[in-house]
Design a protein around this ligand. Structure first.
Ligand code: GAP
Length: 563
C-alpha cells in the first residue's frame, strides 16, 4: 500500500469506529443526512465536553491571576462570557464580515457541482507538438485526476506557439490555485474574460463539463427576525464567537473591576455556509469555537503574541498530541490581514490530508486595535499611507457607522488612555476533538479469551479527555461478584468519575469494548476479591494488570488521573 492509501484506509477506519461506537453520526441520517452537519453520540458528546472543559479549566477557571504562568510577561486576568448567536446586523457590517467574509466559488455548467475556487489546483503548459495551450486540473487533496483542455482561438494558438518555441518559458507551471491560473491567463493573453475553452473542466471524471468563472459567495447564514420580517429585518448567525466579546468589552471592564492585561473567553457555536464542507467534521457548516480575545497595552502586544503562540501550542501537546503530528506555522507576510502584525496557525497532520500536509486547528492572531476601533468608528479599511481609516461611501460618509461608543481604556497606573491591542487565540472545538480522535486511534496485537493473538483497536485518549475513565466488571454473574463490583462502581461515581459497569460477555470482549471507547482503566472483581478483598486493575495502554485492595481503587484512579 502507498503512504496515501495507508492514510486513506486509516481515516476510513476512524470514521467507521466513530459511527460504530457512537462518537459521531451524520446529522439527520435517517433522512439521508445533511452535508456539513454532524451529531455527536454518547461517547463523542462526553469526549467533546471534556475537550471544552479542559480548555475552559486551563484557560479560565484554573488560571491564577495572582501569579504569572511560565513565559508570561506579567500577571493577567481571564474571564468568560456567553453571548448571542444572532447579533445586531451592524456588528457584521463594522467587522467587515458583511462585505468581505466570502469565498470564491465555481459551478460546473453541466452537473451543477459547486467547488471552492481556491481548493482547485491547476497546472498549465504549452505542448510543442500540438502547439496548443493545455490545462491540467487537479484537486489539492492529492486526487490524481487531471483534465487537459486546449485553446482553439487563433490568437491563443499564435501566442502558444510562440511560447512553446521559447526555450525560456517553462513547459508546465507548478500547481497554482484556480483564481491565480485565471489571473495569469488574462495577463498572458491580454483578455478581460477567460476564453471558454481555457476554463478548466469539472474535476469529476465522469462529467467533464465546463466550469464558470469564480463568483463571490458570502458564508454567513441569513435569517429573518420577527413574524412580519422582510429582507430589511435580515440578521445573520454568527460566523465567529469573537464579535460577541468585542461588543461586550466595555461592559466587562465596567462591571467586573478587571484590569488589563485581560483575556475574555467564550465557547460557542458558529455557523458558516461552507461551499464544500468536507473531511468528516473538519470543515462543517455548524461548529463550535473556543476563542480568547486578549486585550493589552499596545506597547506590550508583541510579547503577549509570542506568549499565546507558545502557550496554545503546548496545550495540545499536554493533552496527548505528539510533536511529530503538530506544527506551529507562522503566516507569510502575504497571508496576513492588512492590520495584523502576526498570525501563527497551530496545525495537525490529519490522516485525510496528503502525506506532509497539515490542517489548521487554531489560529493565533495579533489583531492590533482593528476590532475595537471598528466598533467605535465604523468599518475600517487601509488608507493610501497604509494606515487604517474609516471606509467612506460616495458622499464621504462612513460606509457603515460604528457604535460611536468610546471603547478605549484608561490605565490608572501609567495614567494613559489607549485603544487596547488584541491577541486572538481562536480554536475549533470540533477540529480539536477530531485531532484527539485521530491521534488516539491505535492498533496492536493482544491475546483474546483463548490466548490467541488478535488485532486490538485502542483509543489512547489522554485520561482527562477519555469519555469514560474506568469500567468495573464482575468476572462472572454469580457468587456475590456483581454486588461487589457494583459497590466499587458506585464509589467511583460518587468521587465524580465517569464510570461504566458491564457484566455481559467474556472478560476479553469486555476489555476490548472499553479499549475501543478509550477507557484508561478496567477493574475486575473475581473469586479472590471475596476472599482477600483485592481486585485487578488493568491499564489500557500498557496492558499491565496489578492487584490492589478494593477499598483503594478510587484513590488509585484519582491518583493516576492527576499523574
Ligand atoms: N475569530 C477568528 C476566527 O474565527 P478562523 O480561523 O476563521 O478564525 C478559528 O476560525 C477556528 O475555528 C479554526 O482554526 C478552526 O479550528 C475553526 N473553524 C473555522 N471554520 C470551521 C469549519 N467550517 N468547521 C469546523 N471548524 C472550523
Amino acid at each position: 500500500m502507498s503512504a496515501k492509501e495507508d492514510r486513506t484506509a486509516l481515516m476510513e477506519k476512524i470514521v467507521a469506529l466513530c459511527k460504530r461506537r457512537g462518537f459521531v453520526f451524520q446529522d439527520s441520517e435517517i433522512y439521508g443526512g445533511q452535508n456539513g452537519f454532524w451529531d455527536y453520540g454518547p461517547l463523542g458528546t462526553e469526549l467533546k465536553r471534556n475537550v471544552r472543559n479542559a480548555w475552559w479549566e486551563d484557560m479560565v477557571s484554573r488560571h491564577d491571576p495572582l501569579d504569572a504562568p511560565t513565559g508570561a510577561p506579567s500577571t493577567y486576568q481571564m474571564v468568560g462570557v456567553e453571548t448571542s448567536i444572532i447579533m445586531h446586523p451592524q456588528v457584521w457590517k463594522c467587522s467587515g464580515h458583511y462585505d468581505l467574509f466570502h469565498d470564491m466559488m465555481v459551478d460546473c455548467k453541466q452537473c451543477k457541482a459547486r467547488y471552492r475556487a481556491d481548493h482547485l489546483q491547476v497546472r498549465f503548459g504549452y505542448t510543442v507538438s500540438g502547439q496548443k495551450p493545455v490545462v491540467a486540473f487537479s484537486f489539492m487533496d492529492g486526487s490524481d485526476e487531471t483534465k487537459w483542455s486546449t485553446g482553439k482561438q487563433a490568437k491563443l494558438q499564435k501566442e502558444t506557439t510562440r511560447r512553446a518555441n521559447d526555450q525560456s518559458v517553462p513547459q508546465e507551471s507548478s500547481p497554482v490555485s484556480l483564481p491565480e491560473y485565471l489571473h495569469q491567463i488574462k495577463e498572458l493573453f491580454q483578455v478581460s474574460d477567460v476564453p471558454d475553452e481555457l476554463l478548466p473542466s469539472c474535476p469529476k471524471s465522469s462529467c467533464g463539463g465546463q466550469l464558470t468563472e469564480p463568483r463571490e459567495f458570502n458564508l454567513m447564514f441569513k435569517t429573518i427576525i420577527g413574524a412580519l420580517g422582510t429582507d430589511d429585518d435580515a440578521a445573520f448567525l454568527r460566523p465567529e464567537t469573537a464579535q460577541g466579546i468585542f461588543v461586550n468589552f466595555k461592559n466587562v471592564i465596567d462591571s467586573n473591576r478587571v484590569k488589563l492585561p485581560l483575556g475574555i473567553c467564550q465557547i460557542g457555536k458558529s455557523f458558516r455556509n461552507e461551499i464544500t464542507p468536507r473531511n468528516f467534521t473538519f470543515r462543517s457548516r455548524e461548529f463550535e469555537q473556543m476563542e480568547i480575545e486578549f486585550f493589552c497595552a499596545p506597547g506590550d502586544s508583541q510579547q503577549w503574541y509570542q506568549y499565546w503562540r507558545d502557550r496554545r501550542f503546548a496545550w495540545y501537546q499536554n493533552l496527548g498530541i505528539s510533536q511529530a503530528n503538530l506544527q506551529l506555522r507562522d503566516h507569510h507576510k502575504e497571508e496576513l490581514a492588512h492590520y495584523s502584525i502576526g498570525t501563527a496557525d497551530i496545525e495537525y497532520r490529519f490522516p485525510f490530508l496528503a502525506e506532509g500536509e497539515y490542517g489548521e486547528l487554531e489560529g493565533v492572531a495579533h489583531r492590533g486595535d482593528f476590532d475595537l476601533r471598528s466598533h467605535m468608528e465604523g468599518k475600517l479599511t487601509t488608507g493610501p499611507d497604509g494606515n487604517l481609516i474609516v471606509e467612506t461611501n460616495e458622499h464621504g460618509q462612513p460606509k457603515y457607522r460604528g457604535s460611536g461608543k468610546d471603547l478605549s481604556y484608561f490605565d490608572d497606573q501609567t495614567r494613559e488612555r489607549f485603544v487596547p491591542h488584541v491577541i486572538e487565540p481562536s480554536a475549533g472545538a470540533d477540529r480539536a476533538t477530531l485531532a484527539f480522535i485521530c491521534e488516539a486511534y491505535y492498533e496492536d496485537e493482544a491475546p483474546d479469551d483463548k490466548g490467541k493473538m488478535q488485532t486490538r483497536t485502542v483509543m489512547k485518549f489522554h485520561p482527562r479527555l477519555a469519555p469514560v475513565k474506568a469500567a468495573v466488571f464482575p468476572l462472572v454473574k454469580k457468587d456475590g461478584q456483581p454486588e461487589k463490583a457494583k459497590e466499587i462502581y458506585r464509589e467511583l461515581r460518587e468521587a465524580g468519575l465517569a464510570v461504566t459497569y458491564d457484566e455481559q460477555a467474556a472478560i476479553g470482549k469486555r476489555y476490548r469494548r472499553q479499549d475501543e471507547a478509550g477507557t484508561p482503566w478496567c477493574i475486575t472483581v473475581d473469586n479472590d476479591t471475596l476472599s482477600d478483598g483485592t481486585v485487578t486493575l488493568r491499564d489500557r495502554d500498557s496492558l499491565e494488570q496489578v492487584r490492589l485492595p478494593s477499598n483503594e481503587v478510587t484513590d488509585e484512579i484519582l491518583r493516576r488521573m492527576k499523574s
